[in-house]
Design a protein around this ligand. Structure first.
Ligand SMILES: Nc1ncnc2c1ncn2[C@@H]1O[C@H](COP(=O)(O)OP(=O)(O)OP(=O)(O)O)[C@@H](O)[C@H]1O
Ligand SMILES: [Mg+2]
Length: 240
């Protein structure tokens, strides 16, 4: 393993080759019927209305779970951490989680990354997500059950900016190329589109610190709205 890598970088990847992820099918084969509230006219660059999905109602979640995904370096962990702080949620950085708990099948020398054991990751996360109030960040998304997430945010970054961010991590050339190509080919966005209902999906720019602040503020406001709507939909007192 190269000791010069930036330790904050996510050096894990799903078993399915990241660059070839095609996003086909739902995240959960048993839950292929997408939400009826999908509005094909809504641009993905806008955050969807805070509508309570059938999954949230059936699980009686009072707080939303949010997935922040995107190409490595787009700012998932930075955004997720700030959002969790702003909303008093728990942040789970799946890449870090995988390393801390050894939820992988070893180190891949060629890609300088751990090969994630997706089944074990899902098993370990299930209980954490059941209550709601979790912000998960990971560059893969189609192996998580669709029912977990009330909002899926795909961060997008200008390619020159992304290249410079990854270069600062001392990524080897092939990893720089792989990741910047994946961003151009919008691999993460396509994966998310294949796995989650459009009504739960948005694509936000993450090029600058202004974008970061704006995204965190807007997502925190969305969380607040969601909690209000959940209270109304599910009735009764707060569970906390
Ligand atoms: N919107 C932004 N504007 C400017 N810099 C940002 C922005 N978002 C993140 N950064 C910076 O870019 C770098 C990468 O961010 P971060 O580690 O959050 O990315 P990541 O998507 O979690 O990457 P990985 O998938 O490798 O974990 C960090 O140095 C962070 O400070
Ligand atoms: Mg990260």
């Amino acid at each position: 393993m190269d000791d010069d890598f930036d330790l904050t970088a996510d050096d894990t990847y799903p078993r399915a080759d990241f660059a070839h992820a095609n996003g086909s099918g739902s995240a959960d084969p048993d839950e292929d019927d997408m939400d009826d509230s999908d509005d094909p006219a809504r641009p993905l660059s806008t955050i969807p209305p805070a509508i309570i999905s059938k999954f949230a109602i059936s699980s009686s979640r009072r707080r939303p779970n949010i997935l922040v995904t995107g190409t490595p370096g787009t700012g998932k962990s930075t955004t997720a951490e700030l959002l969790a702080l702003a909303t008093n949620a728990q942040h789970i950085d799946v890449g870090r989680w995988v390393k801390e708990r050894s939820l992988h099948d070893g180190w891949d020398e060629k890609w300088a990354a751990y090969v994630v054991d997706e089944d074990r990751v899902v098993d370990e996360l299930e209980d954490k997500l059941a209550q709601g109030g979790v912000v998960v960040d990971y560059h893969g998304c189609d192996f998580f059950p669709e029912r977990w997430f009330d909002l899926v945010v795909v961060l997008r970054t200008d390619n020159g900016t992304l290249y410079r961010r990854l270069e600062e991590r001392n990524y080897p050339a092939h990893k720089l190329t792989e990741n910047t190509t994946a961003e151009i080919m919008q691999v993460c966005l396509e994966e998310a589109r294949g796995a989650y209902a459009r009504s739960a999906l948005c694509e936000l720019r993450s090029d600058s610190s202004e974008d970061l602040d704006r995204n965190v503020e807007a997502l925190a406001a969305w969380c607040e709205e969601w909690c209000e709507a959940a209270k109304e939909a599910q009735g009764g007192e707060d569970e906390e």
